[in-house]
Design a binder for this molecule. Structure first.
Ligand code: G6P
Length: 614
């Protein structure tokens, strides 16, 4: 989703801003722009529809000098992606420029008012309304820019992360946030601003994460000043970033997605590190131990998430019910937050989010908190909004995930949910010692089994070419493999734009079977244990209707191999851990189909990595 970069210091701002925009490309966007103040104090704005490279081409012959600037990648919400709607937006007099992430919900009321004051608008955006409002307040109240921004934000309903610069004022950037992340980086005599830390990391590891309704006043040669919208001064909390630059680069892989698929054995090891003892007999999850009483008393667990995180949550639901004997429900955050759900004080809400910034999940957390529930977060991004809004939690430690289609974050989420299941089951004394030891030990062997599964890369690359003709795919699984079927289908549609549906295998008879013909590829996760025989029957039903079966089976399986068209063998593992290993062929299948079709794998059309608007 939209990205913000800002720079104020002693270097040329433009190359830093452009590099920063490239680092934010993974978030998903459709246009880009930059505003710079040069030595003559002119405020130059350049923006264009398309990629950051298009912006660079557009600005090539222009004056891009100056040591202060703000830059933006836009993911359209109000008004189509075009040059005019791209950010930055000038104010009427062209003395102010603003970039904005989020949505100003009351923009039409504010716009009407400004139209009546003879303000005109060139774009269809809510952002232009905000910069006009700031200018109007500044002019009519005769106040400085900081006060004008504070007063304007006081009138705004909605979500925002903004940055403003002013012509003739090359020493000041004003930034503010509400429900949309913003980080200030503190270098040596220079300051950075970004919607996440990735553009900042190569310059400094000292950052301030703005909280909701906070304003950062960044002046040359001064420490950044943080105030509330009501102008109450706050003490800046300077934190240390733990990311490093190499984590943000492709490391020789053609796409971030492929790199992240191959990183999974390591990310799962990192996720377990310090949490499972060397012998594989003991799980220590401090988030659970620190809140032991809450989990002992829990009457119900509600899992809230979106997208891939929701699929991980569904696997978590199966595990937590099976081994912890606590009733679990799973909710799409966007539905939960708006349907006045019944929440009891002994409910535990588990919010799962890779980015930790998903607007709907954050709102679900706030709602559940306001109703007295205990909130536990499973986030990947350290210091993210959801991780800060929860009462306790466990990080997934998967490292930065850049590919829009989530891969390593998904398996890390499932791993954390497994650790939670083991830890809660133990605390409650409901998991048998046998199950506890067997699953803990087996979880430890998952990274090695993932490594073995990754050796299938060339085989999958080869046969995926066969399926580029397909317009539709069906994915089937039962039990723990059902959420994985949903996730496999999501991966394929996200990056190849082929329509794909995931179904519980037995539900096929209630509708999807009507779609099966010689053209229809059906991916069936038919691993041993669980309901293997029943899945074999489902495959027979597909074959009887001449569907093309791609089966994911356990190594050595002969029965499914015999009846399916294509067979991918994965190592045997514990039933609840199969999704960790079997996710890999599904990710690779989607990846290679998308590559063969020439898709933009890391930044698929219309999608955003971090969905900070509802
Ligand atoms: C977007 C991303 C998905 C992700 C979902 C939830 O749609 O493209 O990959 O699963 O948001 O994001 P979260 O950061 O909350 O896990």
């Amino acid at each position: 989703m939209c990205g913000i970069v800002g720079y104020l210091g002693n270097k040329e701002a433009y190359p830093i801003l452009i590099k920063g925009l490239h680092r934010l490309e993974y978030r998903g966007y459709d246009s880009a722009g930059v505003a710079l103040i040069n030595k003559n104090n002119d405020l130059n704005v350049y923006k264009t529809r398309g990629k950051v490279a298009d912006l660079e081409a557009f600005a090539e012959s222009k004056d891009t000098s100056g040591s202060i600037g703000i830059a933006h990648t836009r993911w359209a919400t109000h008004g189509e992606p075009n040059n005019v709607n791209a950010h930055p937006h000038y104010s009427q007099s062209e003395t102010l420029a603003l970039i904005h992430n989020g949505i100003i919900e009351n923009y039409s009321v504010l716009k009407k008012e400004l139209l009546s004051k003879n303000y005109t608008f060139s774009s269809r955006t809510d952002t232009e309304v905000l910069i006009q409002l700031i200018e109007y307040i500044k002019e009519s109240n005769h106040v400085d820019l900081v006060t004008a921004v504070q007063l304007a934000l006081g009138q705004v309903v909605g979500a925002y992360a903004i940055a403003v610069v002013e012509k003739g004022n090359p020493d000041l950037i004003i930034a503010a946030r509400k429900s949309s992340p913003l980080v200030v980086g503190i270098g040596d005599g220079e300051y950075f601003l970004a919607s996440d830390a990735s553009p900042i990391i190569e310059y400094t590891d000292k950052v301030i994460y703005l909280d909701d309704e906070e304003i950062a006043i960044i002046r040359r040669h001064e420490e950044p000043k943080i105030t509330s919208i009501e102008n109450v001064e706050k003490t800046p909390q300077i934190q240390q970033l733990s990311m490093n630059l190499s984590q943000l680069e492709k490391g020789g892989y053609p796409h971030f997605m492929l790199k992240e698929i191959f990183e999974q054995p390591r990310t799962i090891r990192d996720c377990m590190s310090g949490r499972v003892n060397v012998e594989g007999t003991h799980v220590v999850l401090s988030g659970i131990l620190d809140n032991k009483e809450k989990f002992l008393k829990a009457g119900r667990i509600i899992i809230c998430a979106c997208g891939t995180s929701w699929h991980a949550g569904l696997i978590g639901m199966y595990m937590l019910e099976e081994y912890c004997r606590i009733p679990v429900v799973i909710e799409y955050s966007s539905e939960f937050r708006y349907r006045n759900p019944v929440i009891y004080p002994d409910d535990i809400v588990i919010a799962i989010s890779q980015s930790g910034e998903t607007a709907d999940t954050l709102a679900a957390v706030e709602l559940a908190k306001s109703r007295g529930a205990f909130i536990y977060g499973i986030c990947n991004v350290v210091g993210s909004s959801i991780s800060r809004a929860t009462h306790g939690g466990s990080y997934t430690h998967a490292g930065p995930e850049i590919g829009v289609a989530s891969t390593k974050a998904f398996t890390a989420q499932v791993s954390v949910l497994t650790l939670m299941t083991l830890a809660i089951g133990k605390v409650k004394g409901v998991i048998s010692e046998e199950n506890y030891l067997r699953i803990t030990k087996e979880l430890q062997s998952v990274p090695a089994k993932m490594e073995k599964t990754l050796l299938l890369n060339d085989q999958i690359k080869e046969f995926s070419k066969i399926f580029t003709y397909a317009k539709n795919f069906i994915y089937l699984g039962r039990g723990y493999n059902y959420p994985l079927a949903l996730e496999g289908a999501l991966k394929l549609k996200e990056i190849s734009y082929i329509h794909a549906e995931g179904y519980p295998a037995a539900e096929m008879k209630h509708g999807p079977i009507a779609l099966i013909d010689t053209e229809m590829p059906v991916v069936v996760i038919a691993t041993k244990k669980g309901m293997y025989e029943k899945v074999v029957s489902n495959i027979q039903e597909i074959k009887a209707r001449k569907g093309k079966v791609i089966a994911i089976v356990t190594e050595g399986d002969e029965i499914v191999k015999e009846i399916s068209d294509y067979c991918i063998e994965v190592p045997l593992t514990e039933e609840c851990l199969v999704p960790l290993v079997a996710a890999i062929p599904l990710q690779l299948l989607a990846y290679y189909i998308a590559v063969t079709k020439g898709r933009d794998v890391d930044q698929p059309r219309n999608l955003a990595k971090s969905v900070t608007v509802e």
